[in-house]
Design a protein around this ligand. Structure first.
Ligand SMILES: Cc1cc2nc3c(=O)[nH]c(=O)nc-3n(C[C@H](O)[C@H](O)[C@H](O)COP(=O)(O)OP(=O)(O)OC[C@H]3O[C@@H](n4cnc5c(N)ncnc54)[C@H](O)[C@@H]3O)c2cc1C
Length: 341
């Protein structure tokens, strides 16, 4: 099989941060055979590979990518099995995440609605164990199938194999750049089951006079809440939360709390989770601007590109924020976004 390998393609157009040089080689794949043909091409020519979904969690380098970028457009969603209580749905990895969630909502399957409206593809969802409003992919994950980039062989991963943790997985750690995730299956409930206790979901529903919400009610409240605080990348380029919320041990947390009694926090299995946005805001950096990049004025966890920014500028801002937070709180912020250098 032949694939259409393009040359010198501008990567900024394929990232929601709108930053990046060119890909020396670039290909769009729409099915598994095209992916395998692209993989064979890259291996024959000893080119490195970067798998690209929707580019909503990727910061490309200003320099050209000296390899093959494979843009994944392998789509399709299907019901795999069902019983009285639950269903298993499988989506190919180039499908948009929102399409999978819409598929579930329209058929009255419960569990994915809090993850509604997260940009990007199904294939990237396990990479950082996407999460929002108290739910993470791991809570509904069933299994996935990935292709080993070294030998083209398929391998199935169950929940344990994926080693999911907060915005992390095997595919962001040990297995980074080693696998192409081909499809992902999730398990949802056929019985009504909501997670409304996180943040303001319940209050927002009550404010609309909704006591017994439907899946559509919950997803539309989630969409409204997201639109209120996250800028639309088509209007103001960004990659959602740029940093992870740091998790510290409880003794350390109590020490900070004695100095900053208004500090926000969430309980976490590994200790106490502190909102990175609160730390950045406390450093006086909400709305801060450096050249053409800045800290979003409504949400300090989001870094934005006001236009024609360079990775160099954004990384300068990132280091400035990390240093400010470290100097004030002795906490090291870790980026959530995948940074290609
Ligand atoms: C406005 C906005 C809001 C956001 N809100 C949230 C949120 O609420 N919660 C959250 O968790 N995230 C959020 N994000 C981040 C982002 O949407 C998710 O991380 C999403 O899963 C990224 O999908 P993508 O296809 O765009 O990934 P890309 O940016 O294309 O890729 C991300 C990483 O995954 C790898 N990858 C992609 N596809 C595959 C594959 N098939 N196989 C193997 N590796 C692959 C890439 O190589 C890269 O390392 C937000 C981003 C934006 C812009």
């Amino acid at each position: 099989m032949q694939v259409d390998i393009q040359k010198n393609i501008k990567l900024s157009s394929f990232s929601t941060l709108k930053i990046g040089g060119r890909a020396k080689f670039f290909v769009v794949v729409k099915n598994e055979d095209e992916f395998l043909a692209a993989l064979t091409w890259a291996r024959k020519k000893s080119k490195k590979i970067f798998i690209l979904g929707g580019g909503s969690n990727t910061l490309f380098s200003d320099s050209d990518f000296d390899g093959l970028v494979i843009k994944n457009e392998i789509r399709g969603t299907e019901l795999v099995s069902e019983n009285e209580n639950s269903v298993i749905i499988k989506s190919y990895s180039g499908e948009t995440w929102s399409k999978l969630v819409n598929f579930a909502i329209s058929r009255k399957y419960y569990g994915a609605e809090n993850l509604f409206y997260i940009p990007g593809t199904v294939g990237a969802s396990p990479v950082q164990n996407i999460g929002a409003y108290g739910v993470e992919l791991k809570d509904i994950f069933y299994n996935l199938c990935a292709i080993d980039l070294e030998n083209g062989e398929k391998k199935h991963f169950n929940l344990k194999d994926c080693q999911f943790s907060y915005r992390h997985s095997f595919f962001k750690g040990e297995g980074k750049n080693r696998y192409f995730i081909l499809w992902v299956a999730i398990k949802l409930s056929k019985k009504e089951k909501f997670n409304l206790d996180y943040g303001d979901i319940r209050n927002k529903l009550l404010a609309k006079g909704i006591e017994k919400p439907s899946l559509e009610d919950v997803s539309s409240v989630i969409q409204e809440m997201r639109n209120d605080k996250i800028p639309n990348p088509a209007v103001l380029a960004n990659a959602g939360s740029f940093f992870k919320n740091p998790i510290v041990d409880s003794t350390f947390f109590e020490k900070i709390k004695s100095e900053f009694p208004d500090i926000k926090s969430f309980p976490d299995l590994k200790g106490v989770k502190i909102p990175a946005a609160w730390l950045i805001e406390k450093c006086g950096l909400k709305g801060y601007r450096y050249k053409n990049v800045g800290v979003y004025e409504k949400q300090a966890l989001i870094l934005v590109n006001y236009g024609n920014a360079k990775q160099e500028d954004l990384l300068f801002l990132v280091e400035f924020i990390r240093k400010s937070v470290f100097d004030s709180f002795a906490i090291i912020l870790e980026p959530e976004v995948n940074i290609l250098k």
